[in-house]
Structure formats: structure tokens, C-alpha cells
Write a protein that binds this ligand. Structure first.
Ligand code: ADP
Length: 661
């Protein structure tokens, strides 16, 4: 067949159109006649030639893709209904038109031109030629062209029947599918998780990503082989059974930190893996294989093992200790009691944890303990308390309880650790000691007071003349005796006060007096017996208070005597009376002595506490004075505090509320 590129003349075209129209008219008439014949006879006995013609036309029109018949000049001689519908053309407009001029020149595509004008010259047909072009709206369309040469008996010349199948939707779906397959493959292969897809009961490796191949250590070419053949070492580790179970039951299998050994370069390499074996199904829902998604968690698993081991050791250690150890969460809820606790309470851990802990504490201390614990939970400070705890027989025993917060890297409280040590025996011994001291002090008080009386009597009755004749320094000796007896009396009364405080028997005799005057009188007395001391008083306010005059005096004397005692190279003391706030009055005693280390400053108010390192022979004392002072001030609803620096001196202050009511 020959394809001419020059158009035929209008005359010729018109002539051919007329011929075709005549043919069409003839065919219609024949069809009409045939219908009439069929209708009159009402019987069917085969299709007449014109009926066949109609049938052909009908088939052509019903073909689901557009058809064009072109003449040798590539002009349209026929287009089926589908073509008109698809490309929005009208019969009168396209008949005789050059294919390249149809529509908006949509077929004026170089590739198509080449096919029509070159390929079809040598071949009489063209099959499934795929073409991509952009339509008027700039959208890409994909078409599939089929062309064949046809000859009409009654019309000489050659014609090309061109079928145009728009495959855009199919093509786009194919592209999307390819893209998603590509993404899926990419995802599998670039994943750091270990992924493999196994097919059939033999677990033939269909896909295995780089990560899993690396762990397997059997090289790159494992696809197409059975997993059990590639990794014979796993056969002994119970893996085939797992795969078989998933394959047979369709139930996925999940494992956490499972140890698996892989043979790499002839050596068994142990590792720990989290993995899931998932059944793979086909479109019919039948199981066709198993997929593996795993993660190498060896480092984490080894760490977890270490943590568990040290946790076990810690528990063992804590259970082994005779002390009662417990742990609480940041809100103070107990989460662990050691064995000593369980033995003491005679309870199982769960039962004990379910009980509110304050119930174990003696009712006398319970409220205070709860308050202190709340305070520590809020502020994060350490707790130290002596309290009585009920044992399994219902007896209360004294314990020294300490709790401290466990702080994490961010500075938050992670938990609380508490230890409780039984001090019942110590307490009983202390009680015995106190009872003894009380008894001794009582017994001593009378003879010592009478010694003091007699010494004073001697001092006042001895005549100067008689003393001279005696030729012995009797007076200085008597003075010394008086001084030592006074020390003894002070100690005895301190001891008695101590036991009064312990037994809550310290009674206050409150009267109204002027604090400034009281301070001045006390200083006068001190100066009288200690001539070379230098005490300066600064009254910033003039204040009357309602308080126990003697007890307040005892506190001031304790402050001043300490100030003098702990200033070895001097004797200067400053006292200041001032309003610390509108509601209270404060007395500060300042010295320029040895000072107190910051970490000791709260301890010195405890019973018998003396700063370590202070030599007993240089600074005589028992560590009772400040304890008594703090208790006296506490009973007056005041505060006692210290401000000090090593080598610079100390400043002791107490406050008293002005309105005692
Ligand atoms: P003591 O009889 O030991 O002086 P206190 O209870 O009065 O007992 O004091 C307790 C401890 O506080 C003393 O042992 C001493 O270490 C320290 N201390 C008290 N006052 C002072 C001070 N002014 N300067 C330095 N240290 C002091």
C-alpha cells in the first residue's frame, strides 16, 4: 500500500463521498426491504446480504474503542460512533478531513506520522503501537493504535482502518502500581530492620534486605533458596518449628530479646532479636509464606541483663541487711520493703504494700511523722526521725528512720530510699541513764548547795586580820571553791532541766518584764564575776515581753558564756536587742571567735552535740546548753538560729513573740 502525503482534490473527494453515500442509501433500502420481508413472514431463515451489511455496521458502531477509516491520502472516509463520542467530533466536520487536521490537530503527532507514512508503506498492518501525547488541556494521554489495510470491492484504492484505544487510565494505574512496588522494595531494602519474605512450606527466600543478609552472614545471593538450607545453624535452635506453626496456623509469632546464633565466617555469633513472623496470604486469603521483621537488640538486651543482674544483687543485698529498708515512689507511696521489714511486720510483701504505712507508727508520733514526711516530699530534703513502729506482736519499738531522695540526671526525684534501724535497746539504756542522772542530780543538789552556802559564810565571816595571821592564801582558795561549786550547781541544774524536758515537765513561770533591762542586769552580773570582759549592748528597741524571766536569762547567759568560751584570743561580745519583725523581738549575741562550720550549725542544737575537733580540755562543756536553750525558746513559740563562719565568729539569735497571747 502506498501512502501519499499530498491531499486529493476537492472534486475527487466530493465524488467519493457521493459514492459512499449512495452505497449507504442502497444498504439502508436493502435493510428496509429485508425487515419488511421478515415482518410479513414472521419467520427467520438466515440473514440477507443487506442484513449482513447492517450487522457489520452495527458491530463497528458498537466496538468499544474509536475506529477511523482513512484513504490513501490519510483523509477520513469513515469514523465509528465511539470516535465521535470520544473525541467530540461531528460527522459532517470530519469526513474527508486529513487525519492531522482532526479536532485540534490531536493526531498531528510526529510518531504517528512516521508510522502512518513510513511503516504502513512497507507493512499492511501495525499492531499495538503505543503512543503518548499531550491533549489540549496539557494532560498526558496514552493510546494504543492498531492499523490494517482494507480493500473495498466496490471502491478501488486502499484504505487504512485505524483503531484508537485510549489506555491512559490503564497506563496510569500501571505506573502507580510500579511506583508503589518500587517504594515497597525501597522501603524493605533501605530499612535498618531485618526483613525477609519467605514462600511456601520450605520457606524459600523471596526477598531479603541488606540488613538481614548482613546478620545472616551468608552473602548476597540467598534468594530462591530455602531459609533452612541457607542458615542450617538455626535448625537446632527451634526456628523451623516456629515457621511451620505460623505457616500452618496463620497465627503470627512475636519474640522479645530472643537469643539466636548465626554462623558467620565459620563462627557462631550470638545475638538477641525482637521479631515477628507474620503469615503471608494471597488474594484468596490462602497462606503462601511467612514474612520476617526483626530488630537486632543485642546491645540493649545485654544491658538489660546487666541491669537485671545488678537489680537482683541489690535486692539480695538489701534483703540480707538487718536494717529495715524500703523504697517509695516520688509521691511517697511505698513500692518495696526488704526482708527485715517483712519479718518485723510478719506480713507478705503484697499485703504489707497494700497497707497505709502511717498505721504502723505509734499514735503519739503519727501526726508529726506524716507532717515531716509531707514536708520532705514537697521540698526534697532528707528526713531523720526517731519514732515507734508496731511489730507483728503489736508492740511498739523505737526506730531511727532516715529517708533520702534518689535524684535522676535531670535533677528530678526518681524515688525515695528509707532505712529504719531499731534503737529500742539504746532508748531503754538512755532512759536508765537519764533516770540515774536525775537521781544523782537530785541527791547532789542539796549537799552542793549547802557547800556553797558554807563557803560563802566562811568568806564573809573570816576577818582580814585572822587571815593574815594564818599565813595561808585562804581567801583565794575559798573563791576557787566557790567558782567550782557554782559550775557544779549549773551542771546539776542543767541535768535536772534535761530530764524535765525529756519528761515534758519543764514548766514556764511567765511574767511581764522589760527585756532590755533584763539583758543589762545579766551583763552587769557577768561583768561582776568576770572583770576583764568587754560586752557592748545595743538597744534598737525598747520591749516588754511576757515570758519566763529566769529561763530567758538562762538562754542569754548560755549565749554569752559560749561567746566568751569559744573566743580564745579575745573577750569582746556584742549584744543587740531589736525587732526582727513587727510581731517579735530578737536578741543577738555576737562574738569574734572560732566560728562554726556550716554543716555543723543545725547539729549544735541537738542533745550532747559538740563540734568535733574542738578540744575538750580547751573548751570544757557537755553539749547541753544550746539544746536546753532551743527547747526553752521553742516553748515560748520563738525561734533560735545561728549565723557563723569558721575563723570569723558566730552570731546566736533568739526571737520571742511580743504578744504571747
Ligand atoms: P557546750 O557545753 O559544749 O558549750 P552547748 O550546747 O552550749 O554545749 O554548745 C554546743 C556546741 O556548739 C559546743 O560544743 C561548741 O562546739 C559549739 N558552740 C556553741 N557556741 C559557740 C560559739 N559561740 N562559737 C563556736 N562554737 C560554739
Amino acid at each position: 500500500m502506498q501512502v501519499r502525503s499530498t491531499p486529493e482534490s476537492t472534486m475527487e473527494q466530493t465524488q467519493r463521498v457521493t459514492e459512499l453515500e449512495e452505497k449507504l442509501l442502497r444498504a439502508r433500502n436493502e435493510l428496509k426491504n429485508l425487515r419488511q420481508t421478515v415482518n410479513t413472514r414472521n419467520t427467520g431463515s438466515g440473514i440477507s446480504p443487506s442484513g449482513k451489511e447492517e450487522l457489520k455496521n452495527s458491530i463497528i458502531d458498537n466496538i468499544h474503542y474509536p475506529l477511523l477509516v482513512l484513504d490513501e491520502d490519510l483523509r477520513v472516509v469513515f469514523a465509528n460512533k465511539k470516535y465521535y463520542k470520544e473525541y467530540g467530533s461531528k460527522v459532517e466536520k470530519i469526513d474527508g478531513e486529513l487525519i492531522y487536521d482532526l479536532g485540534n490537530g490531536q493526531w498531528n503527532i510526529s510518531q504517528l506520522k512516521k508510522i502512518l507514512e513510513t511503516t504502513l508503506l512497507t507493512k499492511s498492518s501495525m499492531n499495538n503501537f503505543e503512543l503518548k501525547y499531550k491533549n489540549d488541556e496539557g494532560q498526558e494521554r496514552y493510546i494504543c493504535l492498531n492499523a490494517s489495510e482494507i480493500h473495498l470491492k466496490e471502491s478501488p484504492g486502499k484504505y487504512i482502518m485505524l483503531s484508537i484505544e485510549d489506555q491512559t487510565e490503564k497506563k496510569l494505574a500501571e505506573i502507580r502500581l510500579k511506583e508503589s512496588q518500587h517504594k515497597y522494595k525501597e522501603m524493605i531494602h533501605s530499612s535498618t530492620s531485618l526483613i525477609a519474605i519467605l514462600k511456601g512450606p520450605e520457606m524459600i527466600i523471596e526477598t531479603a534486605n541488606k540488613s538481614i543478609k548482613k546478620v545472616w552472614g551468608k552473602g548476597d545471593n540467598v534468594e530462591g533458596r530455602s531459609l533452612f538450607e541457607v542458615l542450617p545453624e538455626i535448625n537446632e535452635q527451634g526456628m523451623p518449628e516456629l515457621f511451620e506453626k505460623v505457616y500452618k496456623t496463620g497465627q503470627p509469632y512475636t519474640a522479645k530479646e530472643r537469643p539466636i546464633k548465626h554462623e558467620v565466617n565459620g563462627k557462631l555469633v550470638p545475638g538477641y532479636y525482637n521479631f515477628i513472623y507474620q503469615p503471608q496470604r494471597n488474594l484468596e486469603g490462602e497462606i503462601v509464606g511467612v514474612s520476617v521483621i526483626a530488630n537486632d537488640v543485642t546491645k540493649q538486651a545485654l544491658l538489660n541483663r546487666k541491669i537485671r543482674k545488678s537489680e537482683r544483687e541489690f535486692r539480695e543485698l538489701v534483703n540480707f541487711m538487718p536494717h529495715k529498708i524500703n523504697m517509695a515512689d516520688p509521691d511517697g507511696n511505698v513500692i518495696f520493703y526488704n526482708k527485715s521489714w517483712l519479718d518485723y511486720a510478719g506480713k507478705e510483701l503484697d499485703e504489707f504494700l497494700a497497707e497505709p504505712w502511717p498505721l504502723m507508727i505509734h499514735p503519739d508520733e503519727r501526726e508529726q511523722v506524716v507532717e515531716e514526711v509531707d514536708h520532705c516530699l514537697k521540698t526534697g530534703c532528707d528526713l531523720e526521725m526517731e519514732l515507734r513502729i508496731e511489730d507483728k506482736n503489736g508492740d511498739y519499738k523505737w526506730h531511727l528512720c532516715r529517708a533520702t531522695p534518689v535524684i535522676d540526671d535531670e535533677g528530678n526525684i526518681n524515688s525515695w530510699l528509707a532505712s529504719s534501724t531499731e534503737i529500742q535497746k539504746l532508748k531503754e539504756e538512755e532512759q536508765r541513764k537519764e533516770d540515774f542522772l536525775k537521781l544523782v542530780s537530785h541527791e547532789l543538789k542539796t549537799p552542793v548547795t549547802s557547800i556553797k552556802g558554807y563557803v560563802q559564810l566562811l568568806l564573809s565571816s573570816l576577818q582580814e586580820q585572822a587571815l593574815k595571821e594564818l599565813n595561808t592564801p585562804v581567801k583565794p582558795y575559798l573563791k576557787r571553791i566557790e567558782g567550782q561549786v557554782e559550775r557544779l550547781i549549773r551542771l546539776i541544774s542543767e541535768m535536772l532541766d534535761l530530764s524535765r524536758i525529756e519528761q515534758n515537765e519543764l514548766e514556764l513561770q511567765k511574767t511581764e518584764f522589760n527585756l532590755n533591762e533584763h539583758v543589762e542586769e545579766l551583763v552587769e552580773d557577768l561583768k561582776y564575776s568576770n572583770k576583764d570582759i568587754e560586752i557592748e549592748i545595743q538597744n534598737d528597741c525598747d520591749c516588754d515581753v511576757v515570758a519566763d524571766r529566769d529561763r530567758i536569762g538562762q538562754v542569754i547567759i548560755n549565749f554569752v558564756t559560749n561567746a566568751l568560751k569559744y573566743t580564745p584570743d579575745g573577750n569582746r561580745v556584742e549584744i543587740r536587742v531589736f525587732n526582727e519583725s513587727p510581731d517579735n523581738v530578737a536578741v543577738t549575741v555576737k562574738d569574734f571567735g572560732i566560728g562554726i562550720d556550716e554543716k555543723e550549725q543545725q547539729q549544735i542544737f541537738k542533745r550532747f552535740y559538740r563540734v568535733s575537733g574542738n578540744k575538750d580540755d580547751t573548751y570544757a562543756g557537755f553539749g547541753i546548753g544550746l539544746y536546753l536553750s532551743s527547747k526553752i525558746i521553742e516553748r515560748h513559740n520563738g525561734k533560735i538560729m545561728v549565723n557563723s563562719a569558721i575563723g570569723e565568729g558566730s552570731e546566736f539569735t533568739f526571737t520571742l513573740p511580743i504578744n504571747q497571747n
